[in-house]
Design a protein around this ligand. Structure first.
Ligand code: HEC
Length: 95
């Protein structure tokens, strides 16, 4: 019985992992975002300034700014930043 429960737990963890990767971790993104504040504050993400209208645009725009850094933010960090920006500001449907 214990074994079955463990097997279920492992399968559930593996199933959730790619999803978490795709969606990003907003908590980690929030920490990373501190370095973005050297140019603009969060008002950039809100009306009337915000131009981003779709989740894809948000990913592209975030990736563009992530490339500005040396070293660049990697894909996971970009996913985390996007998750944070979408959770706290944009609230766009993902795809
Ligand atoms: C070198 C200065 C600079 C840095 C650093 C910077 N940004 Fe920006 N960002 C800008 C400027 C300027 C704009 C407005 C560009 C425009 O209006 O076309 C902008 C716009 C954006 C937008 C689009 C907002 C919208 O809805 O129109 C997003 C999203 C964004 N930045 C995210 C980030 C993130 C995330 C980081 C950190 C990884 C970051 N930026 C770092 C200068 C910067």
């Amino acid at each position: 019985m214990k074994r079955a429960a463990l097997a279920i737990a492992i399968v559930a963890t593996l199933a959730a992992a790619p999803l978490a990767l795709a969606l990003g971790d907003a908590e980690k993104g929030e920490a990373l975002h501190k370095s973005c504040l050297q140019c603009h504050n969060a008002s950039q993400y809100q009306a009337p300034k915000a131009k981003v209208k779709t989740f894809k645009q948000l990913q592209q725009e975030t990736a563009k700014w992530a490339d500005y850094y040396h070293p660049k933010f990697d894909r996971l960090e970009v996913a985390n930043l996007v998750a944070y920006l979408n959770r706290d500001f944009y609230r766009l449907p993902e795809q």
